[in-house]
Design a protein. Sequence first.
Length: 248
Amino acid sequence: MSDHLDKGLAIQLGEVHWAALHQISRVISVVGDELAQIWADEAVTIAAGDGMLTADGQPRTTGGIFFYLARQRLDADQRCQVFPNAAELRRLQQERTRQGLPAGLQPQRRSVPSVPAGPILPPFRWSEKAGIYQELQNAKGKVQSVKISLMGRPGRVVEKQDLVITMMTQMDAPKAFPKGVPAPPTTPTVYMVYIAAKQWQKVAKAIQNEQDSLIVEGFAAFDPGLEGMAVFATNVTTKVLQQQKRSG
């Protein structure tokens, strides 16, 4: 495989077969390096905890958890790009056989660190969060940097001098989180996105394609007047532009 990140994720996830490596490479090409790495780290964390079961009650491998998270979070078009059907898999296998390519990476032995037993702690209940907030209020840490990444369709656009403003709403939270992390509230989160006009000009034409998705990275802060998040963009692209850049 040509991309070092592909191999790194494959080793991290314990995947060595060519078909899994092919899918990992496709995930990276569709969602980008950063998001793919976040999902891989999340899969490792889940596997190290209670793990995750398949529909028939069998434990998933770390790679299986990664692919499950990907299936849950990709849209229908992206899933078709990442997960080939049986006919395509056969075609790819025949092509690899014709070229004499190996079946995959050599398995790597990895030691599993032992986790010392600790005291049994009470589970977290969302209804108790106010008390925990009070407990931590006078002992807060300090954030050195904040980075948020949004991917989706922008709403109506308002243009100001050197600035473009749009609003986006997150309706559905991810389906799976590491053990112990509570599910987020079901209330939709509103994001007011502030984008430099020069950056918007680079994506304005591409985002007219309704099948494309806007990708925004930047700083986030709570806006009391909005009762939501304000996102101040530092980098803006789209899914299609990102894919074209990778393939070009």
